[in-house]
Design a protein around this ligand. Structure first.
Ligand code: HGY
Ligand code: MN
Ligand code: MN
Length: 447
């Protein structure tokens, strides 16, 4: 393999190839599921998308395998034996009626990076692993980032057996249905010594980059999320025969809870908190029956770990008091709970240095959304590159990022990984231990 000097050749991604991959994945959507893309966690469609990823990676001569959690990993060998891996990737599952970019942008950027390295016969000391994570979206089972939580050792068989979707299917059953054994997921766990660094490219899913005209985001912090199911139990009864003062109306109570949640997130103590009820299921859901039961799915996000949990607790407490006043019963269940994560500064600065070297304008910013990077960072130092989202919209069929915008992000990603390869490569005589644990005080190579 010829050695590519970083200064000599800027790796330039092909927007048309990126667009073609995005369209291939977007076509893998549940038939009859309505607008946008619906490819939920641990479904046959998600596995089809992983097969598309695996096929292209195999065509480049990479070694490809799928782990016990359903994550697909493709490795391009390094030139120095025995070094830990660099990694990049994102997820291939979607929320219902999603756009074509959330998660997918990071996977197609990883695929394009592998192709650029092959095309330019790039040599890198560390092996580079390109990854498609499974089950990142919490839309189906409530918990987000399951594939990456498993590699980080944060989720095991008991979790998988406890989480259920709207049809009562457990995550464990869904894994079995697509050919995996939930009892074996611990085999997918990553060992820190096998990894050097990881960088995920993702769409911003907000409007900071677009509103400031900045093409690239370098993420410093990823928001946490606490998700709670609130079950309001009233008394189903005839809407005509039951006078207003004799009701235990679960829907009216739920409606007041939704507005309570909005008011908490909007009050002066909660700058930066986001609290949402995006789903509400009423039973029996009939126009002539007062709702006997309503389930509200609450999502609390914050960049401050304490405030995130305190907000969720305050919401439950105040909803409880409201229900007592209304003569209905409240039960609260925590569905998922992930802490905000501050990404390592040295890695963030290395990615920023790559933007400067490439002459690409960038902005350091926090992520309002959760990401696989949040879980991966528990095992290996992680960075994130954002590309703009039009109108800041995501988790919607109108989610959109320009192919040229994604190509620029891919240029940054491909070069940033090579800069990390140089930054972390063992130098003659330097003690490995020193290298691993004190790279924070390294001079920035500006590479
Ligand atoms: O919900 C999230 O923040 C991510 O899109 N899974
Ligand atoms: Mn998402
Ligand atoms: Mn995502």
């Amino acid at each position: 393999m010829s050695t590519l000097t970083l200064e000599a050749t800027r790796l330039t991604a092909d927007p048309a190839r990126l667009q073609a991959r995005l369209e291939t994945f977007a076509a893998l959507s549940e038939p009859g599921s309505g607008p946008g893309v619906t490819r939920l966690a641990y479904t046959p469609l998600e596995r089809e998308a992983h097969a598309v990823f695996a096929d292209e990676m195999r065509s480049l001569g990479l070694t490809v395998w799928t782990d016990a959690a359903g994550n697909t990993i493709a490795e391009r060998g390094g030139t120095v034996p025995g070094l830990p891996a660099l990694g990049t990737g994102s997820h291939l599952d979607s929320v219902p009626n999603a756009g074509a970019y959330d998660g997918i942008a990071g996977v197609v950027a990883a695929m394009e990076t592998a192709r650029l390295y092959d095309q330019h016969d790039v040599a890198h000391a560390h092996p580079v692993r390109f990854i498609a994570f499974a089950a990142e979206e919490g839309a189906r089972f409530g918990q987000a980032c399951t594939g990456s939580r498993i590699v980080a050792g944060l989720t095991g068989p008991e979790d998988l057996a406890a989480k259920r979707d709207a049809h009562g299917t457990t995550m464990a059953d869904a894994l079995r249905a697509v050919g995996f054994s939930p009892e074996e997921v611990a085999e997918a766990r990553w060992q820190p010594e096998e990894w050097a660094a990881f960088v995920e490219l993702h769409i911003e899913q907000g409007s900071v980059l677009e509103s400031t005209g900045t093409p690239i985001g370098v993420v410093d912090l990823i928001s946490g999320s606490t998700r709670v199911l609130l079950e309001v139990a009233g008394r189903a009864s005839h809407t005509g025969g039951t006078p207003m003062h004799l009701r235990a109306d679960a829907m009216a109570a739920a409606a007041e809870i939704v507005l309570l949640i909005e008011s908490v997130a909007n009050d002066s103590r909660h700058h930066g908190t986001r609290a949402t009820v995006g789903r509400m299921d009423a039973t029996p859901g009939s126009i002539t029956t007062i709702a006997g039961k309503v389930e509200l799915y609450v999502d609390v996000r914050d960049v401050d770990s304490d405030r995130q949990r305190l907000t969720a607790a305050e919401i439950v407490e105040r909803a409880q008091a409201l229900c007592v006043r209304r003569g209905v019963r409240l039960t609260a269940h925590t569905l998922a709970d992930a802490s905000p994560v501050i990404l390592p500064g040295w890695l963030r600065e290395s990615v920023a240095g790559t933007c400067r070297r490439l002459g690409v304008d960038y902005r350091v910013l926090p992520s309002g959304a959760s990401h696989d990077a949040q879980m991966v960072n528990r095992v290996v130092p992680t960075g994130m590159v954002f590309v703009p989202s039009r109108d800041g919209i995501s988790h919607s069929p109108v989610e959109w990022t320009g192919a040229d915008e994604l190509a620029l992000g891919t240029d940054v990603l491909a070069s940033a990984l090579l800069a990390l390869d140089r930054l972390l490569a063992p130098t003659r005589g330097q003690d490995d231990c020193h290298r691993d644990h004190h790279h924070g005080d390294r001079k920035e190579t500006g590479a």
